[in-house]
Structure formats: C-alpha cells, structure tokens
Design a protein around this ligand. Structure first.
Ligand code: TXA
Ligand code: MG
Length: 320
C-alpha cells in the first residue's frame, strides 16, 4: 500500500534521529539517511554491507536545494538540472559544506540528484534537507524496484520502508561527472543521447573498468543464477547445451522466441522502456525459480538499451 502522510512523518522523524529508511524513487528503492550527518550516513554502510569509501548519491527536493550540498556548479550542469530534474540524472559536482564527507567516501566531490517520485519529494520537503541513498540492496546484489524487494533484502535492519509502488524507470540514474570534461560514469535512466542533445556536444564515456565512479565495479547487479550473454541467433542452441548438462535454464529474451523444452522463458519486452522497467524483477524471478543459469540476449545499445546492456554485462561478469 502506498505510504500515507503519517508514514511520511514517521520517516522524517526517523531520519532526524539518524536512522535509515527505505525510500521509493523512480529509478530503484534507496536506503536513505540524513546526508549532513556522519553518524547517520555510517549506518547506511553498516546495513548495506558496503565497503566504506564507496560514495553515495545525495537526494534533494528541487534544483535550488543543491546549494550548500554542492558548490561551483558549472553552467552546462545547471542546464541539465533545469531540463531533467526531477529525474534519473545524477551530477557529480564539487562537494559543499552541508554534505557529510562520510557520504562521499572522503572525496571532495558529490553525486547529487532530485528524484522524480512524489513520496521521496514529500520526505525531502518535510525534512527540509538532503538524504544520502544508495540502492537498498545488499552490496553487489540486484537493486530493489518494489518495497517488498527491500524487505526481502534488508529485513529487520530497516525499521521503515515507505511503499511507493513499483519503480517507474526500474534501473539507476545516469551519472554525469562535471569535474572535468562532462563524462558519463554510469549509463542509466536518462539516455545519453538526450544529455548530448541538451549539451550540444558528444559526451565522453568512462570505460566499465574505469574506477573514477568508485563502486561501479565490473561485477555488480548479480542474481545468484549465473548470467550468460549470447547473440539472439545462438540462444536456442546454448540453452540446449546447458539442458544437456543438467542445468535449470532460463532465457531472458523478447517474445516470441522458440526455446527448447524445459527452458523457462523470462520475457524481456522488445521495448527499451519496458525492458528497463522489468529487468531487475526478472533477475529476481530467476532466483525465485531456482535457475542455475540465465541466458540473456543483450538489447541494442541505444536509448535505455545502453543501460540495460550495461547491467546485464555486470551481472554476467565472471568475478563475483
Ligand atoms: O538511481 C539511483 O542513482 C539510485 C537511487 C536510490 O537514487 N541510487 C544509486 O546509488 O544507484 P548507488 O549507491 O547504488 O550508486 C551510486 C553510484 C556509485 O556507484 C558511485 O560510483 C557513484 O554513484 N558516485 C556517487 N558519488 C560519486 C562521486 N563523488 N564521484 C564519483 N562517483 C560517485
Ligand atoms: Mg547500487
């Protein structure tokens, strides 16, 4: 059930006391704490099991509210904020004095965004502050897109999870760094093409191995099932081989698809917005079904397809 006004008041009271709260956003659910408090932010790392030094994203209520959390905001960054906030875009800027250095892993830069979700925005307005929030999953696992996912992952470690319904975008924000030349550190909910057209120039893109976005590890977003990526034309043959080896096999592919008997079809809709929205629920479904291997067809690298391909590659990365 969607969070009530009383639930939102309770969340704000918990945040003021330095507690963590599960927070819906349009991308994925976050694990939020007061971004100005070293102690509150430290709780996030504890609950998530995330290594210290991995910086968190600060969320504020509107673009004017970034003052103090970030400083020296360049004009092109302001242009993106004006066009795309609230929305799934995180800007990496110089850290301002309000942001706890614990939230940025000791860096003098900060990732900041205005989430496009009525419950998150109401929490931020009533708090009259900012919250640091990573995705509300245990470190390295699949990000949660419903309140039930957060509960399943974090259980009693969070007192309150605000329910805002299933996340509309379904995967994380696009991260653009403005510390030097504008650079995409993580593809996400705003297609790179949209940002490039607003800036009137092509963007540099950090390689997946690049650690300038610390925490964007090559292996991430992984279900327990092993994920294998194959070209569409090899899907059926690869599934047959795995079945012959005795594996429980699922195929993440657009419908309709001809699959060997015994293979579970997890639909990856042939529409980039839909596929992004449903991707993480499908990865969780693979685990619920007890699959050993999930064979996935990577979508075309345009629009949101780029972020979906990025997440699938990280889920399939062997180092995990
Ligand atoms: O959509 C999202 O961005 C979600 C929702 C909850 O807002 N949050 C999210 O947080 O994905 P998280 O912690 O799972 O990923 C944040 C990423 C980190 O991997 C890190 O690389 C990058 O943001 N980041 C944050 N601050 C940074 C900084 N100062 N410099 C470089 N990268 C930073
Ligand atoms: Mg995450």
């Amino acid at each position: 059930m969607t969070a009530t006004s009383a639930d939102i008041d309770r969340a704000v009271a918990l945040l003021r006391r330095g507690e963590v709260v599960g927070l819906p956003t349009e991308t994925v659910y976050g694990l939020a704490a007061d971004a100005s408090s070293d102690v509150a932010v430290a709780r996030i790392f504890e609950v998530k099991g995330r290594p210290h030094g991995h910086p968190l994203i600060v969320h504020v209520a509107d673009r004017d509210a970034i003052e103090g959390w970030a400083v020296d905001v360049p004009t092109p960054a302001r242009r993106l904020a004006a066009a795309l906030w609230p929305g799934p875009l995180t800007l990496i800027l110089r850290r301002g004095p309000r942001t706890s250095p614990v939230a940025t892993g000791g860096r003098d830069s900060v990732g900041i965004r205005v989430p496009d979700h009525p419950v998150a925005l109401e929490v931020l307005r009533r708090l009259d502050g900012g919250v640091a929030a990573p995705s509300a999953n245990r470190f390295g696992r699949v990000s949660p897109t419903t309140a039930a996912h957060v509960r399943a992952d974090l259980g009693d470690d969070v007192e309150l999870v605000l329910d805002g319904g299933p996340a509309e975008v379904g995967l994380e924000s696009t991260i653009v760094s403005f510390l030097g030349e504008p650079t995409v550190l993580r593809p996400g909910g705003v297609p790179t093409e949209v940002i490039e057209s607003l800036l009137g120039r092509p963007l540099a893109v950090a390689a997946p191995e690049d650690r300038s976005a610390p925490g964007t590890l090559p292996s991430h977003y992984a279900p327990a099932a092993r994920v294998e990526l194959v070209p569409a034309e090899d899907l059926a043959a690869r599934c047959l081989e795995l079945i012959a080896e005795g594996a429980e096999v699922g195929a993440l592919a657009p419908h309709p698809v001809a699959l060997p008997a015994g293979v579970v079809h997890l639909d990856a809709p042939d529409d980039e917005v839909e596929v992004a929205r449903t991707l993480y629920a499908r990865l969780r479904e693979a685990d619920r079904l007890g699959l050993d291997v999930l064979v996935a067809v990577v979508p075309a690298e345009r629009g949101l397809g780029r972020a979906v391909a990025d997440r699938l590659r990280r889920a399939a990365h062997p180092d995990r």
